[in-house]
Design a protein around this ligand. Structure first.
Ligand SMILES: [Zn+2]
Length: 329
């Protein structure tokens, strides 16, 4: 796996494309001089994930051929579960704030130290960034957002902690909002929040997204207010991880990535979600086939070719067009 990653690195470094999931790692070293390089790939049209392999060939080839690609549907009971208490995770607070960059494909916080130790391997935290909506699916269901904390080991292996982010319900919203509502209806305020599915706003995320509108333009950077990381670290340690060997979810889609998808839920208020959405837009790769199964793009390409051959063999070569059904939207 290490060899594969190194080979990809050598191939990829000939080009200058930034991959957000690997940004700041050996696969995509950060630009020098404090500049923010904007990625050349995207999420829609001809630069979208259906065409990533062709954007940079052969560096991105595994995007279309790899059989352990991410993200995937995290189906309960399928994956090895690692308790949060069984990993060592530390993330340094950033009392002076952190650089928060818009890479064009995601918004990313440049961290200032942190380690993940699992099964006697230690990885150093490089950055964390956000996807909207979530890339992994929770039993077939997308979540509002997903945070990826990207770590790299001395042996240049990559580990990522993926954490779903839900939209905090009104009862768990900011105190100011609660106070306002209680004036409207004291009776409603007394109603307990629903027991299932409710998440409360995570202070770290509220703090970060309070300035996301300042980096609306790709290539820009802003300093966040002071960041306290213990809240999220404690949540992660108190829950569990579903683990699997997958890939970067961005070009070059390198495999051998140690995925830890948390069972925890972070939360953002509806206002912060809208603010983040207005900057991020959409940056979620489509769900990939289950680990070990053929790449969906290979299946699609071969299937389409076979269908085209069958259509040509079946008649004049013209494709019969059925009467258009009434449009449904
Ligand atoms: Zn990512």
């Amino acid at each position: 796996m290490g060899l594969t990653l190194r080979a990809l690195f050598l191939a990829a470094s000939a080009t200058r494309v930034i991959a957000s999931c690997a940004h700041g790692t050996f696969l995509r070293p950060r630009a020098e001089g404090g500049t923010v390089e904007v990625a050349k790939f995207g999420y829609t049209g001809s630069i979208g994930p259906l065409n990533w392999a062709a954007l940079e060939s052969p560096a991105n080839g595994v995007c279309a051929t790899g059989t352990r690609q991410s993200p995937i549907d995290m189906v309960d009971g399928v994956f090895t579960v690692l308790q949060g208490a069984d990993i060592q995770l530390t993330v340094n607070d950033m009392p002076g704030g952190a650089d928060f960059e818009n890479l064009g494909t995601t918004v990313e916080v440049i961290t200032q130290g942190g380690t993940l130790t699992v099964a006697d391997k230690t990885f150093e935290l490089q950055q964390f960034h956000f996807h909207l909506p979530s890339e992994h699916l929770d039993n077939g269901t997308s979540q509002a957002m997903e945070m990826h904390m990207v770590f790299q080991s001395a042996a240049q292996e990559i580990a990522v902690i993926g954490t779903y982010i839900g939209i905090a319900d009104a009862a768990a919203a900011a105190p100011a909002a609660r106070a306002k509502r209680s004036r409207i209806s004291a009776r409603q305020e007394a109603t307990p929040p629903p027991a299932t599915g409710a998440v409360k706003a995570t202070t770290l995320l509220e703090t970060i997204f309070s300035v996301v509108d300042k980096i609306a333009v790709p290539g820009t950077v802003v300093k966040t207010p002071p960041l306290v990381m213990s809240e999220v670290v404690d949540v992660l340690k108190a829950n569990a991880f579903q683990i699997y060997s997958g890939s970067l979810t961005t070009p070059p889609c390198s495999e051998g990535v140690n995925w830890h998808v948390s069972t925890a839920r972070l939360g953002v208020t509806p206002a912060s979600f809208v603010k983040a959405r207005d900057v991020i837009g959409f940056n979620s790769r489509f769900p990939q086939n289950a680990p070990g199964e053929p790449n969906l793009l290979m299946i699609s390409t071969l299937g389409s070719a076979a269908a085209a051959v069958a259509a040509m063999a079946g008649g004049s070569g013209a494709v019969a067009v059925a009467p258009a059904p009434a449009p449904t939207v």
